[in-house]
Structure formats: C-alpha cells, structure tokens
Design a binder for this molecule. Structure first.
Ligand SMILES: Cc1ncc(COP(=O)(O)O)c(C=O)c1O
Length: 383
C-alpha cells in the first residue's frame, strides 16, 4: 500500500453527511450540485447518440467535435483562444482534470500554495503525490487572496520548493470571485514567483452581477483551466470535465489521462456537444433562480444573527456563526441536525480557516430554504 494513503481521511463533508444520515425529516442545505435536472434538449441528444451507435472509444483527448465546441465557447464567452487540436482535454468530470493536473505539474517534494477555506478535493491529491500544501488563510481579507498574501507565504517558507498555486473562483465554499484588476495583479504575482496556476473555474457560468474573467487572460502560459458541464448545465452525473492549457502542458497531461481513463464516456460527450452548441444560455436561466435564493438567504440569515459576505458566484453561502457557537462548527452542525433537523456543512470541513463558519448550499428549493430558516431561527432562539 502507498503509505501516503494513511494521511488521507474521508472528506469532512462526507463524514458529516454519514453522521446525520439516519435523522428523519431532515432539511439538507448540504448539496454540492445543482438541484435542477439536465435540460431536456441535452437528454435527447444523448438518446440519439445511443441510437446512432456512439458506443466506441473517442480520441483520448475527447470527441473532436466537443473539443471544437469547447474552443468556440471559451473564445466567445471568455475571449480566450485554445487550439482544439492540442490544447483541450475532455476529462471525467472536473475531478479528473484536477487529479491529472496536480499529478503532472508537481513532482514529489514540491509544495503548492492553497488559499483557504478550501474545496476538499485538492489537498488529498497533493498528499497522495507527496506534495506539500502551504495553506494561505484568507479569512482576514473576507476570503479574497491578494498578491501580498502570495509574497508572504513564499517568504515564510524559504525551505520549500513552491511551484504552483490553486485558485478556485467563483469559490466553493465562500462564493467569492475576482474581478479583472485583481486577477491581473494575482497573475503578475504568480509570474514573479514562477508559479503554475491551477484555475478551477467550474462555477464560471454561475457568476452574479458581472461576467466571469479567467486568470488565463493575464497568465495564459502558466495557467491550467479546469472546467466542465457539472454546474453550468446541471450535469454532475454525466461526468464531463474540461482542461484547457498550452499544448506542452496538455500533451503531457494527456498521457496520465490516457493511462487512467482512456477517454470520457462517448455518449456523455455527445450530450456535451449539444450542451455547448445549443445550450449556451442554459446556465444563465439557472443563475437567475440561484440569485433570488441567495438574496432571500442573505436577508433571512442576517435577521437571525448570521453574517455572510454576499456571494458573487457559485451557489454557496459561507455564514459566520454567532459568537457563542463559533468555537466548534462541527459540534454546532451536529447539534442543529439532531435538535432541529437541519443539515448544514461545518466550516471546518474546508480546513482550519473555515472554523467558525457554516456552508449553506442554495441549490435547494424555495420551500427547503424557507423551512431551513424557520428551523435555524428556532435553534438559535432555544440554544
Ligand atoms: C470547486 C470544485 N471543483 C471541482 C468540483 C468537481 O466537479 P465535477 O463534478 O465536474 O468533477 C466541484 C464539485 O463540487 C467543486 O466544487
């Protein structure tokens, strides 16, 4: 067995879900995926693909038509040019794209900067590959990373061979995102320290009040964009992700992809073509609804003493616990689940920098959100 496996635990989200699983009549705002179903036109494209015998392997990098659709989408939505011939990989969800990128970009013994609170999908992969995560706690700056934080983290670890940074925005769990000027400055800090940027932009389509800007606009040569259809088209179960990067990187990572999965599922890739070519606005329709839910939750939470930064993207709200509960978010969430049958994710599931907070997902119906607030209000009034 790989001894590094002993250093990896089951994710805090999964552990919490398992712990409260048996409680009846639970309202869950724990979901990390859209509550919408996949749009009808995409489902029909998949049915047609089955009937037309799309049952063989595609090219390792992915169906050429899908790669062309990805290139056209990134050109028109994000003003970025990637060559579908050798700069795009279709992966098994964003998760596979993250895994092959971290495996391929880092050597054992390297270190990578990880702003936190952090999506739980990255650090275990680094650990498995004997790469050291260097955590940057962003709490003091309302969860926004600054170039000075990068400089400080590097200065504080002179012994480490720091080769990259993981940047996830719009962010899970905080919902924060970055505007053009901030990205330009972060990109130049990464260039100054010669860092690769793993830009997990899976929530790019779910950005409120402004269009998403990719950091690749300012650091194309050192950026690996991670994306996919899971959130933009409510297609988590189809497992279609995308990796976009300069050809030397993509072609190197393709080797890991080939030997790990061969290619993503052919039928799901055909559905993906339909999603990008004829469903460019599918995400926008869902975004309007998420935004209404976000506004409802923000207001209702403030009324019962939970402050949160207004999320500018994704479908999570990271709320600060009232002081009397803030010492132990896991204890708070466990007790809330038992006493008032409401499941929220403890902030500590996103690292020590998440302690004192809870994550609420508003990928949930209005009825669930209203019930959640009623239950939370009752809990706070009685504890
Ligand atoms: C930040 C982030 N990256 C990646 C993923 C995984 O995406 P996929 O389902 O496409 O593998 C998620 C899922 O919750 C996520 O929140």
């Amino acid at each position: 067995m790989n001894p590094a496996l002993n250093q990896i635990a089951i994710s805090g989200i999964r552990r919490f879900n398992d712990a409260v699983n048996g409680i009846p009549d639970m309202v869950r705002l724990t979901l990390g995926e859209p509550d919408f179903n996949t749009p009808e036109h995409i489902k029909l494209a998949a049915i047609e693909a089955i009937q037309a015998d799309f049952s063989h392997y595609t090219a390792n990098a992915g169906d050429p038509e899908l790669r062309a659709a990805v290139a056209a989408t990134w050109q028109s939505k994000y003003n970025l040019t990637y060559d579908p011939a050798d700069e795009i990989l279709v992966t098994v969800g964003a998760t596979e794209a993250i895994a092959i990128a971290l495996q391929g970009l880092c050597a054992p013994g390297d270190a990578v900067l990880v702003p936190a609170p952090v999506y739980p999908g990255y650090i275990p992969l680094l650990t498995l590959h004997q790469v050291t995560p260097i955590i940057i706690d962003t709490r003091a700056n309302d969860f926004s990373l600054t170039p000075a934080m990068i400089d400080q983290a590097i200065a504080a670890h002179p012994e480490a061979h720091i080769t990259g940074i993981i940047l996830n925005y719009p962010n899970n769990p905080t919902g924060i995102t970055y505007r053009e000027e901030a990205l330009r400055l972060l990109a130049s800090a990464c260039a100054r320290h010669d860092l690769f940027i793993l830009a997990d932009e899976i929530y790019a389509e779910l950005t409120y009040g402004q269009a998403h800007v990719s950091i690749a606009r300012f650091a194309r040569d050192r950026t690996v964009i991670i994306s996919g259809l899971s959130k933009s088209h409510a297609m988590t179960g189809w497992r279609i992700g995308f990796l976009l990067a300069p050809a030397p990187i993509t072609q190197a990572l393709k080797k890991i992809h080939q030997y790990t999965v061969t290619a993503a599922t052919t039928i799901a890739q055909r559905a993906g073509i339909e999603a990008l070519v004829n469903g460019a606005d599918d995400g926008a329709k869902m975004r309007v609804i998420y935004q209404q839910r976000r506004d409802f939750l923000l207001k209702a939470l403030a009324e019962i003493g939970f402050s949160a930064i207004a999320p500018e993207g994704a479908f999570y709200l990271f709320a600060k616990l009232p002081a009397r509960f803030a010492a132990d978010s896991a204890a708070f969430c466990t007790d809330l689940a038992h006493a008032d049958h409401l499941a929220l994710i403890p902030g500590s599931a996103f690292g020590q920098a998440g302690e004192g907070y809870v994550r609420l997902s508003y990928a949930a119906s209005d009825a669930q959100l209203h019930a959640a607030i009623t239950r939370l209000r009752h809990y706070v009034a009685t504890h």
